[in-house]
Design a protein around this ligand. Structure first.
Ligand SMILES: [Zn+2]
Ligand SMILES: [Zn+2]
Length: 271
């Protein structure tokens, strides 16, 4: 069956060339993926360097968004299943700078992500030790507060890996039902999709994002979904999407979202 959608892949470990991009497409096709949305991290681009201003990000802003966009636009003319996307860190207070950067390019869709709480990149193994100095319940509260701000900013089409805060297996001691409920209601009001991702299966937590309870609530609130591998290497393109779809169906979903020039289209999981 040729019916998977992978709306989250990174080219960053190779050059911005058609040959490298085709490595991802080859694997995605072999796994039955029919649409492939590339989503490089915005922090890699000099043009976006003022969005995430911390020491770590500064060292990574070495590429040109122009080169990336040019490659993807060329790829789209050869491969109609390719989409030009981007993964952008949501930073409170940087909404207008982010909006201006996004408006400069013809993106098909934009993922909004929370990877940083202040200057702490909580999902980055480089900063893993910082967890030992933190109150995990407070970290969860801060994370979901920031995710809700990302939703209401209206900057994004999709919230990526909505509970990535669990990436290393740290668990809140308090029940998360009320936090999930408030977050889901905010996302529903903001009319954007959330991502169901297989990336967590390859991380210490060993689970899909988001938790099943969260996804059930999202379905109940009418929030659309995308499906994604978050591949950073060709061999992960389209990986474990069958598990993603099983979770989505179990939560009640019968459709996924496809995007073109930031217009969301619902596509049945059965066609
Ligand atoms: Zn991410
Ligand atoms: Zn990513």
């Amino acid at each position: 069956m040729n019916n998977y959608f992978d709306y989250h892949l990174h080219l960053e470990q190779g050059p911005y060339t058609m040959e490298w991009l085709e490595e991802f497409l080859k694997v995605a096709h072999s796994r039955g993926v029919r649409e492939v949305g590339f989503t490089e991290h915005a922090y890699r681009f000099r043009e976006a360097a003022s969005i995430l201003e911390n020491n770590w990000a500064r060292q990574h802003a070495t590429q040109s968004a122009e080169d990336y966009v040019r490659l993807l636009l060329q790829a789209k003319t050869i491969y109609p299943e390719v989409r030009l996307g981007l993964e952008v860190d949501y930073v409170p207070g940087k909404e207008e700078i982010t909006r201006r950067f996004l408006a400069a390019y013809p993106f098909d869709f934009v993922l909004g992500s929370v990877h940083f709480l202040g200057d702490w990149g909580f999902d980055n193994p480089e900063f893993l030790a910082e967890w030992d100095h933190r109150d995990v319940d407070e970290v969860y509260r801060h994370y979901f507060w920031t995710l809700r701000q990302a939703a209401t900013s209206r900057l994004f089409d999709v919230l990526a890996h909505p509970d990535v805060i669990k990436v290393f297996g740290h668990r809140a001691t308090r029940d998360l039902t009320a936090v999930y409920r408030e977050t889901v209601e905010t996302i529903a009001r903001s009319d954007l999709a959330i991502e169901v991702s297989s990336a967590g299966l390859r991380k210490p937590v060993g689970e899909l994002y988001p938790a099943e309870t969260f996804l059930q609530m999202a379905f109940g609130a009418g929030i659309p979904i995308t499906t994604a591998s978050d591949a950073h290497r060709p061999e992960d393109a389209g990986r474990d999407l069958e598990q993603v779809v099983v979770l989505a169906r179990r939560a009640g979903y019968t459709a996924v979202s496809s995007f073109q020039l930031r217009q969301r289209i619902s596509v049945s999981l059965d066609c």
